[in-house]
Design a protein. Structure first.
Lengths: 199, 183
């Protein structure tokens, strides 16, 4: 029961934050992916950094249960699936989490995204045996692995580095990247003031 | 309207931290499969069944990993499924408090309108097709932007980096080609 309550609190918090950072807005996603406004990218990088530092720091202090970590397997399909997701993300301006959140904010196109998503997920459920047989779902580099070896975790590390320290270092690196990343890469459109040509 | 990236990033990072502190890392895309399973189970009650060791399904995908998806289909009142419902509630309240989304914007977002016109049918078709590809890809990858990119990279998971590389390698060129006109 307490898990259900936590699902409601953390889920509602996540949905509200996604809305407030602009992630439920396909215009913001489109501008981020076309590199004209990287504000949301900076938000995401900072969030990864903050989450990482707090989690690994908490683990080192014994305040965070290492057993709560859940690492997904690495396989060729992860990259292929990423390519597909990236394509649809750019077209629709939604990913699974932001799509459901956007639908709740009243965006009608997001409901069509969800409907397409349910059909796409069903198509994968049906075609799963083909992927499984192809070998593209077979573990790569040990499968469920982290970059360093995290003390007390059930996941192996790729490099012989203490995983929690590496996690904090990488977390801080993400924070730094968030700060140094420019506001835009392709800036000649709206963000820069237009220069009036001299007569 | 949109939070400054420093405040927004801090808030988003705290949510991801709280999730892993109290329960487990955030993930969303699996729940599309669970909802499909719940609907399919209502049509075909034989889809998911209980065994001596747990749960299984006539669908190989629901039956994989010792039937963990089959179990969630049989018990929709589980953490991850409720989580997605709560996300919608949180986003709804947040949007309500900031005055909601404008009427035209609700149908066709302005960036889309600037590049492809204000036809609703075209936008709905693109959103539907995009959704299909996104969820097919997410299930092939075993996670989405939340589970792989955010939760995964935060935990220094190799899979999270591989996923992000693939996602941006496709998303950035497609977006640059599609959204040439700024709204």
């Amino acid at each position: 029961m307490s898990h259900i309550l936590l699902a409601v609190i953390i889920g509602a918090g996540f949905g509200a934050v996604l809305d407030r950072i602009g992630a439920t807005n396909p215009n913001v996603i489109g501008r981020m992916l076309s590199l004209t406004n990287l504000g949301l990218m900076k938000t995401i990088l900072l969030a990864i950094g903050v989450g990482s530092v707090l989690m690994f720091g908490g683990q080192m202090l014994g305040l965070v249960d290492v057993g709560h970590m859940s690492v997904k397997a690495a396989y060729v399909g992860v990259f292929l699936g990423g390519l597909l997701l990236g394509t649809g993300w750019a077209v629709a301006g939604y990913c699974p989490g932001t799509g459901v959140a956007a639908a709740a904010t009243g965006r009608k196109d997001a409901w069509f995204f969800i409907a397409g998503g349910l059909l796409g997920a069903a198509a994968y459920m049906v075609s799963y045996p083909v992927w499984k047989a192809s070998g593209l779902l077979d573990d790569l580099a040990g499968g469920k692995v982290t970059l360093g070896t995290v003390p007390g975790s059930k996941f192996d590390g790729i490099f012989a580095v203490q995983g929690d320290i590496l996690g904090i270092v990488l977390g801080l690196a993400f924070v730094v990247i968030a700060f140094v990343l420019p506001d835009c890469v392709v800036c000649q459109r709206k963000d820069t003031p237009r220069v009036t040509p001299a007569e | 309207m949109t939070l400054n990236w420093k405040i927004g990033g801090l808030a988003l990072g705290l949510v991801f931290f709280l999730a892993v502190l109290l329960v487990k890392p955030i993930g969303v895309s699996t729940q599309f499969v669970i909802l499909d399973g719940i609907v399919a189970q209502a049509v075909n009650p034989e889809l998911v069944s209980q065994t001596d060791e747990g749960w299984t399904s006539t669908n190989a995908y629901l039956a994989k990993s010792k039937g963990k998806y089959a179990k969630s289909v049989a018990n929709p009142m589980n953490y991850s499924f409720i989580f997605v419902g709560a996300m919608m509630l949180g986003a709804f309240l947040s949007a309500l408090l900031r005055g909601g989304v404008g009427r035209a914007e609700r149908t066709v977002p302005e960036l889309w309108r600037a590049n492809f016109g204000d036809g609703a049918g075209k936008r709905y078709a693109a959103a539907f097709a995009g959704g299909f590809v996104v969820l097919y890809g997410a299930r092939l990858a075993g996670g989405c932007t939340s589970g792989h990119m955010m939760s995964g990279i935060m935990q220094t998971a190799l899979s999270g980096y591989i996923f992000a590389l693939g996602a941006f390698a496709a998303a950035i060129p497609v977006a640059i080609m599609m959204y040439r006109k700024e709204a």
